[in-house]
Design a protein around this ligand. Sequence first.
Ligand SMILES: [Zn+2]
Length: 410
Amino acid sequence: MTKLICRFCRENLAHTFVDLGMSPLCESFLTSDQLNDMEPFYPLHVYVCHSCFLVQLQEYVRPEHIFSEYAYFSSYSDSWLQHAGSYTDMVVERFKIGSQSRVVELASNDGYLLQYFIRKGIPVLGIEPAGNVAQAAMQKGIPTVVKFFGASTAQELAAERGKADLLIGNNVLAHVPDLNDFVAGMKILLMPAGVITMEFPHLMRLMEEDQFDTIYHEHFSYLSFTTVRKVFSAHGLTIFDVDELPTHGGSLRIYARHIDDAGELVAHRVKDLQDREETAGFERLQTYLSFAEKVEETKWSLLAFLIKTKRQGKSIVGYGAPGKGNTLLNYCGIRTDFLDYTVDRNPYKHGKYTPGTHIPIFHPDRISETKPDYIFILPWNLRHEIMGQLDYAREWGAQFVVPIPKVTVY
Ligand SMILES: [Zn+2]
């Protein structure tokens, strides 16, 4: 086996955070004529660096392979659109972003966020490596460059189109294999008095709430605030504020600027969170090494629930076919022996099958046609939104099951 090296500090990786076994790429949904083919499975073995404490997955698959055609369209989630709209209002007001400013978003997806800036007459540019989702953005009138981002793309864009007053990256920092090159690129593309905001799932919440299903091949780094500060600081960027958000099971939104830009003072929230992480043991290796046991316990109790329910002769169907669902289904071995089918609002997934576990995916109307006893919500972070949408299922006595942090029936 080749020696494993930390993608931030280059130390050898010798400590397992959690090993979820072999799994297919979680966005590789199958068509019916692919069901009898071989499927590639890759390790979901997560390490923690004993030096910088970056929790990380090796680059088992090249990002070009994962992200060039992507099934995830941000605009299919109502609550995510609301989140994008209120973020836009907040940031425009706080940093005085106007028609003279320039907003650049990295991994701009289908333009779910930049559309709100355009409505305010603010010039934007999206950078998105997945051609099919970038196309959807361009159809909405959002200028988008189809590229992977890093230092060389940043240099090109800075020369050809100018730098950014506001540089946004939501749910991308964790998804870049070359973390150093990506953050170096942000440094290059940022105006001298510009502001970076980034959102990413918070490792502290992942560990506290046992969200092991947010581990998948596309997700290379699992970030604590402590480690992100080290990474930004190594690239000449200062994190001057942080918000804790409920999105994706608990995310951080960090605000950064150039280290020598005195425009923004460091908010007390930065120290508060740093202190809380230190108290929670995020500077001690042992804290990370105890996570794996918790994950096994969650698997056992979830399977115990499913087996008991099937023995009672009840029917269970899934709701949603998100990436995280596929980690959970594969790690726990949940196939059509437990879930008759799942549904999703994204028409791209209809008629397809979940990778590895081959559970068929239908339009949500299927639920009212088949009237199942239990609806197993895979995107548990959207459980309230989904239970609201499916309230009609209560009429025939259906109950909702949420698997994480522990099996709960509503
Ligand atoms: Zn390291």
